[in-house]
Design a protein around this ligand. Structure first.
Ligand code: NAG
Length: 329
């Protein structure tokens, strides 16, 4: 009776093996620990690090595994690969039904039930390492390895294109190409029809704001422009000076057009783009805005305050530069 059951079981196992469609075959290479081709001892134990021995004995560069639709592996000798209980050692046994649940990811990484980490533990036999899904208790020297298949990978989709780089900001210093204002005109809401004409000073205080014109050369087309406000310490100024008091809140805005020497508070260009309030203090440089350089045009900016700030400075690019500039990069 017993022998009949055994042969029936063997036939069933053989049928199961045949019923599985071995669709795709590959070799495995380990990385992360003791690397190298995964080979096999003649008894079907899968090993890393005994490549020469395996080469000598079975004349194979490495074991070959075929994966079926359920994720079961069968080796080149038709042995089902299992995770032997209780140690979870990865080996291929004659007559064994393969353990399901392996898969080869798009980049070729072998996983078991979604886990790509295997344990590789020294055997003490010719420098070889056995492979487990879980390091056996009491087994020392185990390291994590990944196993890569040289075939059966579908190829991973190309990574999504990198997001467009944020617009770079040009230096808040006059270290490269820069533009300085060609016109500075104060306007005063308390004298709304008075044209003060062009000045050397930028003045921001109470009812007074200052308009700055920049002429951007055509050669700056396609480049990036940063509006910067440089406000050094007084002791670093050689040819300039400033008077400053109050909170330091300055409202920067790009105007819809440039000013002229006859601009007054009442006829000044409207605000195109407001940049909000920047709180300024001596000893600092500020990048107010960055935009594509409008090469070949004149653009205007307005500096005003709605708090107790009082600033009057002599716009000067001599060391240390002070005032409103456009740096180009
Ligand atoms: C310009 O600013 C400097 C420094 O604050 C000051 O000494 C000078 O009087 C100002 N000039 C005018 C015309 O306001």
């Amino acid at each position: 009776m017993k022998s009949i059951f055994v042969s029936a079981a063997l036939v069933a196992a053989a049928d199961a093996l045949i019923a599985r469609d071995s669709t795709c075959c590959f070799h495995l290479t380990a990385s992360g620990g003791p690397g190298g081709i995964v080979g096999q001892l003649s008894d079907g134990q899968n090993r890393i690090g005994q490549g020469m021995l395996i080469l000598y004995i079975v004349c194979l560069p490495g074991a070959q595994y075929c994966i079926d639709s359920k994720g079961g592996l069968t080796d080149q000798s038709g042995r089902g690969c299992i995770l032997t209980p209780p140690t979870t050692q990865f080996q291929c046994d004659q007559g064994a039904s393969p353990t399901d649940g392996f898969s080869v990811s798009c980049d070729g990484t072998l996983s078991f039930k979604g886990n790509t980490e295997f344990k590789s533990c020294p055997t003490g036999d010719n420098g070889g390492y056995n492979i487990y899904t879980t390091a056996p208790a009491g087994q020392g020297g185990c390291v994590s390895v990944k196993l890569s298949a040289d075939s059966c990978k579908s190829g991973c989709p190309a990574p999504a294109p990198a997001p467009a780089p944020a617009p770079k900001t040009c230096p808040a210093a006059l270290t490269g190409t820069y533009e300085y204002p060609h016109l500075i005109v104060p306007v005063d809401s308390k004298q709304p029809d008075k044209a003060f004409g062009t000045q050397y000073n930028g003045t921001v205080s109470g009812s007074v704001s200052s308009l700055f014109n920049f002429d951007i050369p055509t050669s700056d087309n396609g480049k990036t422009c940063s509006l910067v406000f440089l406000f050094p310490q007084k002791q670093n100024l050689e040819t300039s000076s400033f008077a400053f008091s109050g909170t330091g809140g300055i409202d920067f805005a790009m105007l819809k057009g440039p000013a002229s020497s006859s601009t007054t508070y009442n006829n000044r260009p409207g605000v195109g783009t407001g940049y909000g309030v920047t709180k300024v203090a001596p000893g600092n440089s500020y990048t107010i805005a960055t935009f594509p350089c409008p090469g070949g045009s004149a653009i205007g900016f307005d500096l005003s305050t709605s708090d107790d700030t009082m600033l009057s400075y002599f716009q000067d690019y001599n060391p240390s530069p002070i005032g409103l500039y456009i740096t180009v990069c």
